[in-house]
Design a protein. Structure first.
Length: 164
């Protein structure tokens, strides 16, 4: 698209965009700080553990986990190595395809996730849901579903992307 064809943001769209970016950036930071302080793990590691906890055998191919977390293989591999050192995840080879490796949540990892979850949920409530009316929660859900649908998520259902 050339500069002549660019549909620049209207002032209200620009204000909305900047507010969205600021809110999501600050919210991610607040959630990450809470998890680091209270559970000794960053938000990214919490999400990896949560994703593994929600699947059969608490195990996913590393490539699937990378796709779900929107991470490169090398970044995910580094994160899983740190989680392995804590005893929260173990890698195991795939019996059908020697090129593939699975990441599996250990009992210790599940316990760490279970211990971290109440504080994380409290932080999500404090920073997000306690600030919204029930009507605004519904509006936010519909807005995020529309955005997810536009990004190729069937039906805008976040459960197909992130743990529930």
């Amino acid at each position: 698209m050339s500069g002549d064809e660019t549909r620049w943001l209207e002032p209200d769209e620009l204000e909305t965009w900047l507010s969205y970016v600021a809110a999501t950036t600050l919210l991610d930071g607040a959630l990450d700080r809470q998890l680091q302080r209270d559970a000794g793990m960053p938000l990214a590691y919490y999400l990896i553990l949560a994703m593994l906890s929600d699947v059969p055998d608490r195990s996913l191919r590393m490539s699937e986990l990378a796709a779900m977390t929107q991470s490169s293989q090398s970044r995910l591999s580094h994160a899983v190595a740190r989680l392995e050192r804590k005893g929260w995840v173990r890698r195991k080879p795939c019996s059908e395809d020697r090129r593939s490796t699975f990441a599996q949540l250990t009992e210790e990892g599940f316990a760490a996730l279970a211990a971290a979850a109440p504080g994380h949920v409290c932080s999500v409530r404090r920073h997000l849901f306690d600030r919204l009316t029930p009507e605004q929660v519904g509006q936010l859900r519909e807005i995020t579903r529309a955005v997810l649908s536009g990004l190729g998520v069937p039906g805008g259902d976040a459960r197909g992307v992130l743990p529930g």
